[in-house]
Design a protein around this ligand. Structure first.
Ligand SMILES: C[S@@+](CC[C@H](N)C(=O)[O-])C[C@H]1O[C@@H](n2cnc3c(N)ncnc32)[C@H](O)[C@@H]1O
Length: 252
């Protein structure tokens, strides 16, 4: 695919997990790139598309919490590109939604490396969608906010203003928010959000082992524990989460 002067990096989204939701462009690149640096999120069926010897796992290492550092990933991307290779940096969902794709793009630009962004189907839209939850709906929400649930909402340095989100209305979709669910649901209630607000958790959305837990701002923690929801999952907060009830019986 490459010539010596090529050296392009493709920041590619692999979608939410169902291999059928990989874009045609992403599939072509995986099959043809010289090297693919990937995380664990993409899943085995997608990783199997990469020819033997071309894949480099830079996600969490087996039997260890260690990841390849972001600095090392950045350096490898630049080194491969400078060696004239076509490089795919593969990430779950969309590379620019909580995927550090923006930081990698900045690093590449700083180092004079040509790159292309190949968007992917993003989980905060797709996972609710397949569970019968439209993230916008004329009767319920005319805006949607994607937010990280990774931070402790009680810490002053938290970059998420939960009170402002409670005030704003609209749908809130929390990524990386399984563990801290009790903290941010309490923060939203404390900020005046109706405790009866519908909430849904969708784990491994679009995968065969997808699971869903539903409740309200007050009951969702108990529902999470009852179903045993684990990451990766998104939390959908707002009237749209209640739409699933009407659609569920007809969902495949
Ligand atoms: C580091 S973020 C990456 C998001 C990704 N770039 C995207 O656009 O979907 C990882 C989080 O995405 C969410 N996620 C990814 N795939 C998911 C799926 N299939 N179902 C539910 N949540 C998912 C979870 O909240 C997970 O903790």
């Amino acid at each position: 695919m490459t010539t010596a002067e090529d050296g392009t990096v493709y920041l590619v989204g692999s979608g939410p997990g169902d291999p059928g939701l990989l874009t045609v462009k992403a599939r072509d690149l995986l099959e043809r790139a010289d090297v693919v640096l990937h995380d664990r999120l993409p899943g085995p069926e997608i990783l199997d598309l990469i020819p033997d010897g071309n894949a480099e796992d830079v996600g969490k290492r087996a039997h260890s919490d260690k990841r390849t550092s972001q600095a090392e990933i950045n350096e490898r991307l630049v080194a491969y590109a400078n060696a004239g290779k076509s490089v795919v940096r593969l990430k779950g969902g969309d590379p620019f939604v909580f995927g550090r794709g923006g930081e990698e793009a900045e690093y590449l630009a700083e180092h004079g490396v040509t790159f292309e962004v190949v968007p992917g189907v993003t989980s905060p839209v797709a996972a609710p969608g397949v569970a019968g939850i439209p993230v916008t709906h004329r009767d319920h929400a005319s805006s949607v906010t994607f937010v990280t649930g990774h931070e402790d909402p009680t810490k002053p340095e938290s970059s998420v203003d939960w009170a402002a989100l409670a005030e704003a209305g609209g749908t809130i979709v929390v990524l990386m928010g399984v563990t801290r669910l009790p903290d941010y649901t309490a923060a939203l209630r404390d900020a005046g959000m109706d405790p009866e607000t519908p909430v849904a958790l969708v784990e491994r959305g679009t995968r065969p082992n997808q699971r869903v837990a539903t409740g309200t701002l007050e009951t969702i923690v108990a529902a999470r524990d009852e179903v045993g929801i684990e990451p990766p999952a998104v939390t959908v907060i707002g009237g749209v989460a209640g739409v699933r009830e009407e659609l569920e019986a007809f969902l495949r």
